[in-house]
Design a protein around this ligand. Sequence first.
Ligand code: ADP
Length: 264
Amino acid sequence: WHLARALPYINEGEIIKWFGTNTDIDEQKKLERQKDDFLGIASHELKTPVTSIKAYAQVLGAMLSKEGEDKKADMVLKMDAQLNRLTNLIGDLLDVTKINSGKILFNKSWFNFNEAVKDTISDIQHTTNKHILVMDFKETGTIYSDKERIGQVITNLVTNAIKYSPHSNRIIISTELDNADVVVCVQDFGIGIPDDKKEKVFEQFYRVSGTKQHTFPGLGLGLYISSEIIRREGGKMWVNSIEGKGSTFCFSLPVNDGNVPDTK
Ligand code: ADP
C-alpha cells in the first residue's frame, strides 16, 4: 500500500481522520498491464479482417472501373480511403502497445536524410491540393536510423499540420544540421496550442479540447508515438506555438553514436 501524505489525526490514541489517498500501486500496475494487453490483442485481431476487406475493395474497384461503372468504382474508392484511416488507427494502437511493453523494434540502415524527408513529403502532397508543402532543406548528409519510422514521424507531424490548419494553406518543412544533430521542423499557420497544453500534447490519448468551430478527428496517439520513436532513437521532440497563429513541431536526431553524417 502506498499512503500518500496519509498522516492520521490521532485523538487520544483514536484515529479520527485520514488525509490523502490510499493507492494500491500493484493493483494499478496490473490494471495498466491488462489495458495494454487488451489493446494489443484487440488491435491485432482487428488488423487481419481489415487487411482482407481492403484487398477485396481494391480488386472490386479495379473490376468496376474496367467495366465502366465509374459511380460504383468511386464509392469503392471512398470505402478504400476509410479503410486506410481504420488501418492507420489500428497501426497506432499496435504501436502504443509495442512502445509501452518495450517491444518496439528499429530496423536501421544508412540513408540520405533529405531524400527520405522529400519522398515522405511528396507522398503527402499527393493526398491534398488545398495545402502547399514548402520544403526548405539545408544539407544534412546521410544518417544511420530507421527510415520507415522516421518517415512515420514526419508523416504524423505534417498530417497534423494539415489537420489543424483549416483556414491556412502553407506548411513549411525545414531540415538542417545543428552541431551533432539533424533537425527537422514542421511549421504551420493554423489554430496553435495554448501555452499550458504544449507539454501535454506528447502524452498518450491527450487531445486539446475546446477548439471552437471545429471538431478534429483523432485518438491523441500520434505525437506520443512520434516523440517516443525519436526519444528511443536518441533524439528530442519539442513544439513552439502561439494559439491562433500556428505551431512549429521540431525533432532532432544525433549524428554521433553511429548516426555519422556522410561528409563526402
Ligand atoms: P490527434 O491528432 O489524433 O488528436 P496527436 O497525438 O497527433 O493526436 O496530437 C495530440 C493533440 O495535439 C491534438 O489532439 C491537438 O489538440 C494537438 N495538436 C497536434 N498537432 C497540432 C498542430 N499542428 N496544431 C495545433 N494543435 C496540434
